[in-house]
Design a protein around this ligand. Structure first.
Ligand SMILES: Cc1cc2nc3c(=O)[nH]c(=O)nc-3n(C[C@H](O)[C@H](O)[C@H](O)COP(=O)(O)OP(=O)(O)OC[C@H]3O[C@@H](n4cnc5c(N)ncnc54)[C@H](O)[C@@H]3O)c2cc1C
Length: 360
């Protein structure tokens, strides 16, 4: 089995090698049977999962800016695998930030090495099923822990996970965040939904039928807003925009290559490349805490640019790009994902306005 060199910085040669391998595999992926096990293995063996952990926790301690630069490269090469990694790293980072030494000791290194896979099911506490009268995943105190009952509606890599980091609501409306091993009795993960794009992320609901979780697995809470309480971990933020800009970069790179042979594409290609460069620059400024760069403004701009660049690439690719298997068609479908993935309400509202009344 091939052992890649570790990627110790976003500019390392080993990063180019890893991205080339991911990119070559991305075109073969289309449905739930194509879970990217080998791409995830390559990322684990390259140390990708250590980018996100401090050195004292066994990581490489990359800065926020380097993490974003790394994600930009990965997303440009293979959005499906990169998206799976964001959810996996969501679980890893919440465990690292929890201070729970039992879970850290039992799980962190195995997740960071890629030996075991973890994921998050937390959207029902933020952007999913919030309009319903009753929480979809409920917890009650029982004996030396909690009993979970209900479901987590969106869990990426659900059938492949060894561990779920998930949130649940207690009868008094307080929330808890737990690390839940998938082997516990009463857990059932769906095989993955057939999606408009990213089906190979095997995203599905996970059902919990009176699952007993030991108190030692509590990561945070009980508290009113358990996801906000976790130090050093933010939901949404710049990560989603990073993946959208990585996808836009893939599209404009394709367009520029076509434009090198076709004069009629040059003006559009030059303008869209300029916009991707400018937005990437704003993203990197925001990652060092530049307060002039508003994260939600960047998210809206990244969504728009992902849609525009991928559709420009399809226009250039013509009918050939519309044939299943051509990367440009896949990128167009993937761009739609950013309209729904952890999309904050004000941004969704702004998009609706533009769709209804046209851009300002
Ligand atoms: C491919 C994919 C992967 C994902 N992976 C993860 C993951 O790994 N972990 C994770 O935590 N989350 C994940 N998510 C969840 C994501 O971040 C959002 O939470 C999700 O897209 C919200 O969509 P929803 O349909 O659940 O929203 P909901 O708000 O529940 O909407 C569902 C339906 O309810 C109705 N509705 C909505 N609002 C109202 C209202 N106000 N009044 C009446 N009816 C209403 C509409 O008919 C709507 O279609 C993923 C999502 C996708 C698409």
């Amino acid at each position: 089995m091939q052992q890649p060199a570790p990627v110790l910085s976003p500019d390392a040669n080993s990063m180019d090698d890893l991205c080339a391998q991911l990119s070559a595999r991305a075109d073969q992926v289309s449905d739930i049977a194509d879970w990217p096990a080998e791409s995830l293995r390559l990322c684990g063996a390259s140390g990708v999962y250590r980018w996100f952990l401090s050195e004292d926790m066994g990581g490489y301690g990359w800065s926020a800016t380097d993490q974003i630069r790394g994600y930009l490269r990965l997303a440009q090469s293979d959005l499906n695998t990169t998206f799976v990694i964001t959810q996996y790293m969501g679980a890893l980072r919440r465990i690292a930030a929890s201070g729970n030494q039992v879970v850290i000791g039992d799980w962190l290194e195995q997740l960071a090495s890629g030996e075991r896979f973890g994921t998050v099911g937390i959207s029902h506490l933020t952007t999913s099923r919030r309009h319903l009268n009753r929480p979809v995943l409920r917890a009650e105190v029982s004996g030396d822990g909690y009993t979970l009952d209900g479901m987590s509606p969106w869990v990426t890599g659900a059938p492949h996970a060894d561990l779920y980091v998930t949130g649940a609501t207690l009868p008094d409306s307080q929330q808890i965040l737990l690390a839940v091993p998938s082997a516990l009795d009463g857990i059932e993960a769906g095989p993955g939904n057939d999606l408009v794009a990213l089906s190979a992320s095997c995203t599905d609901q996970v059902t919990f039928r009176r699952v007993h979780v030991d108190h030692s697995m509590l990561l945070s809470g009980p508290s009113e807003h358990v996801l906000q309480a976790a130090e050093g971990v933010r939901t949404g933020g710049l990560q989603t925009s990073t993946l959208a800009i990585g996808l836009a970069r893939a599209a404009v790179t394709y367009l520029a290559d076509e434009a090198s042979r076709r004069d009629d594409l040059q003006e559009a290609s030059t303008e869209l490349c300029r916009e991707v460069d400018a937005l990437e620059k704003r993203l990197l400024h925001a990652s060092v805490g530049d307060t002039d760069c508003d994260a939600s403004e960047i998210r809206g701009a990244a969504n728009r640019l992902a849609l525009r660049t991928t559709q420009a690439a399809l226009t250039a690719a013509k009918g050939s790009g519309f044939v299943k298997g051509h990367p440009v068609g896949r990128w167009c479908r993937e761009a739609l994902f950013f309209l729904v993935w952890s999309c904050p309400q004000p941004i969704a509202q702004a998009h609706l306005c533009e769709f209804a009344f046209g851009p300002h």
